[in-house]
Design a protein around this ligand. Sequence first.
Ligand code: SF4
Ligand code: SF4
Length: 174
Amino acid sequence: MAKHLDIYPTLPDVLYVRSNLDGSRKRCSNCCLYLKNDYRCLVHAKDLFIGHLAVCGYHIYGAPLAHRPKGFSCDPLDPKLSGLIDTIGTSCDRCAWYQPGEPGSSPLCLGVYTKGEPAHVEALGCCARWLKKLVDTAPWPKHRLTATCAGQPRASLPRQDSLSARSWATCGAR
Ligand code: SF4
Ligand code: SF4
């Protein structure tokens, strides 16, 4: 087993989160900050169209909202820094750092370490160091959403390999 290199972050460095309670992958449609009827996000700009299958580094598992709560306001996230990407859902088992465990043991992450050894993760966990696999065999959902709104088609969202440039920068892993 490869030994720990000092440059590798730990689970809290990369904001690791455990599997969604319903076994789904991380995406806007299961984030409590999503405004599902408006195709918007509570913490991104009000006029930024975001499809149900996008995700960013601020994902928090929970039931999405229907509309923006009255009176809510915040300094919106910059999508170039929040890691916003168009995806079918992110998870450790769709990440290039992921190694399925031996029979009877949990999967490992070769990009995040715990006490000098690759961290144990869950197949449907995720973190800010998520890196799209070159060959991804994860199943696609049955229905792809193609709606557009306010002149911002889904295709306008950036496609990136890293979920969150913000956290990569802070964990020193890159
Ligand atoms: S863009 Fe990020 S914070 Fe907003 S709904 Fe999607 S996952 Fe949640
Ligand atoms: S496998 Fe990927 S998404 Fe999961 S903890 Fe490791 S780097 Fe993060």
